[in-house]
Structure formats: C-alpha cells, structure tokens
Design a protein around this ligand. Structure first.
Ligand code: ADP
Ligand code: MG
Length: 396
C-alpha cells in the first residue's frame, strides 16, 4: 500500500555501523548522533523487570499461515485518579495469561497470548508484542500493530506515549535504526507516511493538502494515491515529522479529543533494503511495511441524537467489525474470502494483512467496574480475532 511515488533512489541509504562500504553516508552519521529518549540500550533488550502477570519470553517468530503470525494481547491500565475518586472497583483482573471477571457467577475467564497488568511498562509491552513485528519488517516481512479499545482505555498511551513513557511508535522507530546499525551487510532506505481515516475519508497528516485520498490497486497491491512519503534519516527526524502530523490534526479540528476517539491513524514505515557489495548474486531486495495503528474508540454507540455522531459510529463499527473478521481469517488455515474491501482501514492495510504477515493486536482495557461491559466487549473482540476457546465458564 502507500504511495508508489517514493523513489527507489539509494541516495539516502542507511548502512550498518560496521559496513565495509568505503564511504560513510551523512545519514548514518546523523543517526549515530541521535537519541530519542536518552536510552542507550536497544529497544529489543529483554524485559528489565519481571512483574506480576508478566513473563518476558518473546513470542514465537516463525512465519507460516497460522495462529503464530497473529499475536493477541490485552493491556490493563491502572484505575485512573478519577475512577479511584469515584470509588470504582476492579471488575476484571489478570491471572497469568487469563482475564477473570471479579464478583461474577458464573465465572467468566478468557485466555490470550499475553496479558499485561497495570504496572507493566510500555517497553515491556514492546518487547513482547511489538519487537518481533518490527524485526520481521526489517527482514522483509510486512507487519502491523493495532491498539484496540474504548476511548481512554490507553491506546494512545500505548502507541504514542509521552516523554516519560515512550510508546510503541517511538520505540519501533528507534529499534528500526538500531537494527540497521546491527546489519552491516545491507543498506536500507526508510520512508514514513502518516494518515488518518475519519468517516471513511483518508487524510494525509504529513501534507495539509492531502484530503480525501483515493485507494488504488496495482500489481503490487493496494496503495493510497498521492500520499506523501518522507525519507527519514534518524529516529529524531521521523519523530519530528510525526509530531508535525499530530499538530496538523489538532489545528484541523475544533474538538480534538472527539476527533481522536472517532478516527483511526495509520503510521507506516516503509523499509527497503538490499545487500551491500556484489549485487550480481541476485540476492533479494526486500520491500516491506510496518504499520502502527491507533484505532478509533470501540465503544458501542449509545442512542445518538445527532446524525453526525450516528454516522461516525456506524463507520467505526463497520471498520472495526471488518478488522476483526479479517484478522480472524488470517488465523484460520481454511479461510476463504477475506472481506478487505468492506472498510478503508482493511483495504489500505490489505497488502500487510496476508497470512504470511505478522500482526499484533494489543487490546487496552480499564479494570474499572463502570466500564465492565465495554471491557467485556473488548475481551470478546480479542478472543474472536484468534479463535481462542473460552477458558472457563463455570459455576463457582
Ligand atoms: P485512548 O487513546 O484509548 O483514548 P489514552 O491513551 O489517551 O486512551 O489514555 C487515557 C488516560 O489514561 C491518559 O491520561 C493516559 O495517560 C492514561 N493511561 C492509559 N494507559 C495507561 C497506563 N498503562 N499506565 C498509566 N496511565 C495510562
Ligand atoms: Mg487516543
């Protein structure tokens, strides 16, 4: 997907640190001087702290059309200060990789690939649920990471984070550049695009003029026509472009919080790499995409009085429902028709959502009792995405 306008030029190629190539490009030098958060260790380092609910083993990395390519995890956020003030209780809690409903008879429990408790850091989440996808993308396997959940469950905290707790997007960008440094035998070209889908309209966040872009298809797959792609030379460079894109979203909306809960954003890193040195051996040039997606809030639309809200809600429901169906088909070896065309989100991501690509679905939830039913809906969505059997539904 994305644009076909990106040049195949190697001018901005990034080479590994120990590259045997005689010239050092200014771009790799630029990278060495840059650090996003002052962290010197690679983002792939194993989890620093072992916590309750959390085990640091990485997930399987093999790539066949199977459940192994799709990782479904659930992340609890802590009760918010407001929830605590309101005397909210914990309605759902983690027990190993299972989530159990508190004070409920019959007991309901769901199992996932991994469950992250409220004290797990985003870096821990990254190591388990994102690093293998980023690594695969750097080796030529398309990958997509979704944050799914109701508004204020922690999607943006997980994907973007902040200065103190960087999210998966900055960690992935940094990891990608670290991998380049560790891969001396190949040269890389990285490009980014950043878009928003609101009411099934695709807008370019890196280009204010890029409104209502069309999705097209050619022999290589689907792509967004005319979307801007920027070659990036360092993590800081990539992150400054994302920040500018976020700024554009703010400026363009009268109520940013509403917009952000009602739209999907897709950040795409396109990775092109080729072997250094003797190209006559015909070794593969890799072209792959890493998509990092902050989904619209999955809350079920209440009885909406306004037509605008109703319309938004129905677009969101349709695209999230389609996404759930598409992912569930990827984990089913017998799957026949995959309904990519039923939403712009899945249509745009179609080339990265085949059975051979890596997908990580991170579902964010609050333990709070007032959101208990919405949390249950999220848990069911996550379950359906991977055809996981219900673990326990028995009388206490
Ligand atoms: P969403 O994007 O799903 O609407 P946010 O990511 O904006 O939700 O999270 C809502 C609030 O909860 C924010 O203030 C955020 O900082 C906080 N929050 C979310 N997840 C966590 C977490 N795991 N740990 C601490 N605070 C969190
Ligand atoms: Mg958000």
């Amino acid at each position: 997907m994305a644009s076909r306008q990106g040049s195949k030029s190697r001018k901005a190629g990034l080479k590994g640190a120990d590259s045997t190539a005689s010239s050092t490009t200014s771009s790799s030098k630029l990278y060495q001087e840059t650090s996003i958060d002052g962290h010197s260790s690679p983002a792939s380092s194993s989890a620093q702290s072992k916590q309750q609910f959390f085990s640091p083993d990485p997930l399987p990395q093999t790539a066949q059309r199977s459940k192994e390519n799709v990782t479904v995890t659930v992340r609890f956020r802590p009760l918010s200060p407001r929830e605590i003030r309101q005397g909210e209780e914990v309605a759902w809690y983690a027990d190993g990789e299972t989530i159990v409903r508190n004070e409920h008879n019959p007991t309901i429990a769901y199992a996932y690939d991994r469950v992250f408790g409220p004290t797990t850091t985003t870096r821990n989440v990254y190591d388990i649920a994102a690093h293998h996808v980023v690594n695969g993308a750097m080796e030529g396997i398309n990958g997509t990471i979704f944050a799914y959940g109701v508004t204020s469950s922690g999607k943006t905290h997980t994907m973007h984070g902040d200065q103190r707790s960087p999210g998966i997007i900055p960690l992935a960008v940094k990891d990608a550049f670290s991998i380049i440094q560790e891969t001396p035998n190949r040269e890389f070209l990285l490009r980014i695009s950043y878009m928003e889908i609101y009411n099934e309209v695709v807008n370019d966040l890196l280009n204010p003029a890029g409104h209502n872009l069309r999705i097209r298809e050619d022999k290589q797959g689907t792509f967004v026509e005319g979307i801007k792609e920027e070659v990036v030379l360092s993590p800081a460079h990539a992150l400054s472009l994302i920040a500018a894109g976020e700024e554009q979203r703010h400026v363009g909306s009268t109520n940013f919080n509403l917009l952000s809960s009602r739209s999907h954003t897709i950040f795409t890193l396109t990775i092109e790499s080729s072997p250094l040195g003797d190209k006559s051996k015909g070794e593969a040039v890799h072209l792959s995409q890493l998509n990092l997606v902050d989904l619209a809030g999955s809350e079920s639309s209440k009885v909406e009085t306004s037509g605008v809200r109703r319309k938004e809600g129905s677009y969101i429901n349709k695209s999230l429902l389609t996404l759930g169906t598409v992912i569930s088909k990827l984990t089913d070896v017998r799957a026949s028709h995959v309904p990519y065309r039923d939403s712009k989100l899945t249509r745009i991501l179609q080339s990265s959502l085949s059975g051979h690509d890596r997908v990580s679905l991170i579902c964010t939830v609050t333990p709070a009792s007032s959101s208990s039913e919405e949390t249950h809906n999220t848990l069911k969505f996550a379950h359906r995405a991977k055809h996981i059997e219900i673990q326990a539904e028995q009388n206490k």
